[in-house]
Design a protein. Sequence first.
Length: 291
Amino acid sequence: MFIRIVAILFPMFAVVAVGYFYGRRMKPDMTFANQLTMDVFVPALVFAALASKSFSPGEYRGLAVGVLAVIVGSGLIAWPLARFAGAQPKTFVPPMMFNNCGNLGLPLALLAFGEDALAPAVAMFVISNLLHFSFGVWLLDHRIRLADLWRIPSVLAAFAGLAASLIQLELWPPLMVGLKMLGDVAIPLLLFSLGVRLSNSDLGDWRTGMVGAVLRPVAGMAIAIVAAKLLALDARQQAMLFVFGALPPAVLNYVFAERYRQEPEKVASIVMIGNLAAVVFLPFALVFVIE
């Protein structure tokens, strides 16, 4: 069991570590690479996964409800605890709701559950992203326009992929190969970029970061257990939802906090300490779900 968990997690943390040490030494500007990832590679990954023959939208309805329960439930738990963490609710709640289902979640699903888990993992990522770019941003700025969602490439790719799956559109195989090749760039680049981002963060607001590092996975896993039982999910979907609940805060929380000037220093600490704490919580989650 120990060797299997190490085999699952080591490639992820190794790539993050390479990004971290490279970022510390070279101080690269990842702006263009991150833009490429979000505008090209992730949309290609999303479309290819959702438009594939193996993806059936109806099969993941229960899982989608479970993801919503984890996200919303984590926010409801975090709201009254924000003062204890030493932060405003608008600072503390979004990182507790929106986890790192992109940088860590997608690679972890592939390594832990195999290639067949990519489609449901992408579906979970899309649901989380839709909520993050809409409700999550609205929490920081009530003037946000939901119409702006249609400008996000990964959202457009998700709807296009779902449409192709629903009408059973047979795409030209070489086209799908090209899209999958583009999508394959996303996962290692997401991990590397996470490492570079963490190299630029600090532990200044350590108390807030520590509270968030524990609350995010503990609340997420607890809600996932209850939701999985109530929704009668199959064994693999229960396992995936539980691991989803254990993921640390998304790096995107810091990007939004910085953009809307919502205590970005505290959010940076929450994100950094939370992702460091994943070294503890992700192995625990895998021990719980792997037989």
